[in-house]
Design a binder for this molecule. Structure first.
Ligand code: ATP
Length: 754
């Protein structure tokens, strides 16, 4: 008999009857369960309760488990694992959770193989589907201490090592978001006496498309561990023992729930993973729309231990307030998930020959060196041989030939390195895949056309993801440079107010970029030359604040800071919740934050009517050039007209000049969008006009930094909300109106003079 069922001789009171009281025992040969399932990512959970079954003692069970070609467990002893877990004061059972992508076979096989002279057993198997991009092909991870590494795609399997609810209680599988994950309390893992404080809230958590409601339950975001009064004196540290010789993905969950921290830049901290800086200036408030919005960030790092050859070692997560931000000295974390990544389809054993700086692993790298490959080898070191590298080699060779100077190669050195990391961070699509979702690039799927080419709408991943597919037109003046810049910027920078790049395709001479689809199109198409319903004033204000926050992120992104270079209403996309997303980074300049303080020399590019006059004169673009273009957008939003209208009276042709004249005369109110009549509170309009005017100052040095623009606009919104509230109160009041109230209402409805 290959297998038989048995009942445990004893069940500890803390262990539930189902599924742990019964087990299936396997002797000698392998035994496979086959589950017919749909294609897509699955949780596979294996439940073990080591006990005596049919007179077989717990230590007699030693076995391996594999699933769909992945070795999940090798020579596994549930007895030893539980002994170790008990030392940590937790459970008498063990649940092993794996994340596996089931491909076209639509079957999930789970095979148990006893080790020699041993038995295998299992108490329960759980298979749960998960949303397509929940963990696989999700947000682009950050690589700790290197700029490349594995990506979490359909070819990788993950093992969950830890899932912790910081500062909160154990969250049972029934309290999860339908995926039956359980979340442990973190106090077993926090280092030393410095346990910080545990703020909590009960407000509804404001999930978004970037952090949908299945990401983690509200219970996780309702509590956090932060540093408390002694923040400057110590690091908030968690220690999580893991196996050496593997890559790990850490998903850190944040949600700002402390009322005082309701401003970007209020709390900025540094995150270290194993003593390496994972995030120098973490400002989770800035990564979201504000307080109560959850956000997570994935980090990948290799845990190696080449010196002592320890099989297990500690993974440290540490946080410390960033000393450059004095406002509030604190750091916080709401939850963490730690996953071990498969290497060569093997999650189960140590893989010492894999050197972390040698990605992909030596065994997978192609040895054959073509003359092109040798050029790259010399320039970039270890690399991934992919079609995009092929493309740039071809490009470099062509340039060298045309320019006839070998020293030009070195100027493209950077491009190599950047592209190598892009390849690992972005999803690569084949032309066949993209043709399939657009019916061979059929015009019926076209949703817009820009300078780069046509943009198509498509559905992928079993219709769970709607995307916008931007395909370079062979007749376009744009080309590799814009394609490369867009990939470079968006693969490094992610923010709620920047459009998300899902991937790219460079097969068969194509250059295609794939983005999240933005259901409400561009800001411009809601302002003029449109039949679409008009945007309310408050919605317009929120959109402007979102764009300013996106720009602020871009300008202050540490080593990946950038100048956008083409801010305009057509490059602001709106998602289904009207959240503004800055797009089109083809003209952007990526440089270090220090460099942003000086000027970047460049040939003047941009869109007519939006370009900073100082940039035109000096040919030097600065972050204040973006501030100028943003000022033009503010005027478009207020007046709902194009920036240049030929055929109008001379003084009215340019929106900027016309608004400046009206502003100086104090009659800006006469040129605001008539559809906004009666909607704008006088004080709000005054503040808004003032911000726009500052942004449009002729001299860059006189323009405010975009951070200042953010808070000035937030203040304008506050003024509007106060006025709306007052208006509501007046309307609610019974009895005759007082003279003052009548006047207030009158000025509100008929507008004001500035
Ligand atoms: N992610 C997206 N979601 C929905 N629609 C999009 C998306 N990206 C682009 N579009 C649509 O495609 C049109 C063309 O976009 P694209 O970014 O190529 O051009 P543009 O910015 O208008 O022009 P240019 O590149 O010349 O500045 C947009 O106006 C918009 O209607």
């Amino acid at each position: 008999m290959v297998s038989f069922s048995s009942i445990s001789d004893y069940l500890e009171p803390s262990v539930p009857v189902t599924p742990y009281v019964t087990a299936r025992i396997f002797n000698s040969s392998s035994f496979t369960y086959t589950f017919p399932v749909s294609k897509g990512p699955k949780f596979l959970r294996l439940h073990f309760y080591p006990a005596t079954y049919s007179n077989l003692k717990p230590h007699q069970f030693l076995f391996s488990v594999s699933s769909n070609d992945y070795n999940l467990l090798t020579n596994f002893s549930a007895f030893l694992t539980v002994s170790y877990i008990k030392m940590m004061g937790t459970d008498a059972r063990v649940v092993k959770e794996f994340l596996i992508y089931v491909k076209d076979t639509q079957t999930l096989n789970v095979t148990f193989t006893p080790s020699p002279n041993s038995y295998a057993f299992i108490n329960g198997i759980e298979v749960v589907s998960m949303p397509e991009n929940m963990y696989f092909n999700s947000k682009i991870p950050k690589y700790v201490n290197r700029d490349r590494g594995p990506i979490i795609d359909n070819d990788i399997a993950l093992e969950n090592m830890y899932r912790l609810n910081m500062g909160g209680r154990y969250v049972s599988s029934n309290e999860d978001t339908g995926m039956y994950r359980s979340w442990d309390a973190d106090y077993n893992y926090i280092l030393g006496a410095e346990m910080g404080v545990v703020p909590a809230c009960n407000n509804p958590i404001l999930y978004t498309t970037q952090t949908p409601n299945y990401t983690a339950p509200e219970l996780v975001y309702h509590t956090q561990r932060s540093m408390g009064k002694l923040a400057d004196k110590y690091n908030l540290t968690w220690i999580l023992p893991v196996d050496s010789g593997f890559y790990y993905m850490l998903r850190l969950h944040f949600c700002n729930i402390i009322p005082q921290y309701s401003k970007s830049g209020a709390v900025v901290f540094t995150i270290f993973i194993n003593n390496q800086i994972a995030e120098k200036e973490a400002d989770p408030f800035n990564w979201t729309q504000g307080s109560g919005y959850p956000v997570f960030q994935d980090y990948i790092m290799f845990v190696h231990d080449s010196v002592e050859k320890r099989v297990k070692q500690d993974l440290w997560i540490e946080m410390h307030p960033n000393p450059h931000y004095e406002k509030y000295s604190d750091a916080y974390l709401n939850g963490v998930e730690v996953f071990k990544l498969s290497m060569d389809k093997n999650l189960a054993s140590r893989n010492p020959e894999v050197d972390p700086v040698d990605w992909p692993p030596t065994g997978k790298r192609k040895n054959k060196k073509t003359p092109y490959a040798m050029i790259i080898g010399g320039i970039g070191g270890a690399f991934v041989w992919s079609s995009i590298i092929g493309l740039i080699v071809f490009w470099i060779r062509r340039r060298v030939k045309h320019d006839g100077a070998a020293n030009h190669i070195s100027s493209y050195d950077l491009a190599y390195r950047e592209l190598e990391s892009i390849i690992d961070r972005c999803r690569h699509f084949s032309v066949t895949e993209l043709k399939a979702v657009t019916c061979e690039f059929n015009d019926k799927f076209v949703i817009g056309t820009g300078g780069f080419g046509k943009v198509y709408k498509g559905c992928m991943d079993n219709a769970t993801t709607t995307v916008a597919i931007k395909r370079l037109d062979s007749t376009s003046k744009q080309g590799f440079q814009e394609f490369h810049t867009e990939l470079k910027i968006l693969s490094k920078l992610q923010h709620i107010n920047l459009v998300s790049l899902i991937g790219y395709c460079d097969d068969e001479g194509e250059m295609i970029l794939v983005y999240d689809y933005m259901a409400n199109g561009t800001l411009r198409e809601h302002l003029y030359n449109t039949n679409k319903p008009h945007l309310s004033w408050k919605r317009r204000l929120n959109i402007c604040i979102g764009v300013a926050k996106g720009l602020h992120y871009l300008h202050s992104g540490g080593k990946c800071a950038a100048i956008h270079g083409d801010v305009k209403s057509a490059n602001i996309l709106l998602d289904e919740n009207w959240v503004a997303k800055l797009s089109d980074f083809g003209l952007s300049k990526l440089c270090s934050e220090d460099q942003l303080e000086i000027h970047v020399n460049t040939m003047v590019k941009g869109s007519l009517g939006y370009v900073d006059p100082e940039y035109c004169l000096t040919q030097q673009i600065t972050k204040k050039s973006d501030v100028y273009s943003f000022g033009v957008v503010l005027l478009e939003v207020l007046c709902a007209r194009p920036v240049i209208v030929v055929g109008l009276r001379d003084e009215q042709v340019s929106l900027v000049e016309w608004c400046k004249t009206c502003y100086k005369k104090g009659n800006l109110v006469e040129i605001i969008d008539p559809k906004l009549n009666g909607e704008i509170a006088p004080r709000c309009l005054r503040k808004f006009g003032e911000v726009a005017s500052k942004c449009l100052h002729e001299e860059g040095s006189e323009r405010p930094a975009i951070e200042e623009v953010v808070w000035r606009l937030e203040f304008a919104l506050q003024l509007q909300e106060d006025a709306d509230k007052m208006q509501e109160d007046i309307e609610k009041m019974d009895g005759p109106e007082t003279e003052t109230e009548k006047n207030q209402e009158h000025s509100f409805i008929n507008g004001i003079n500035l």
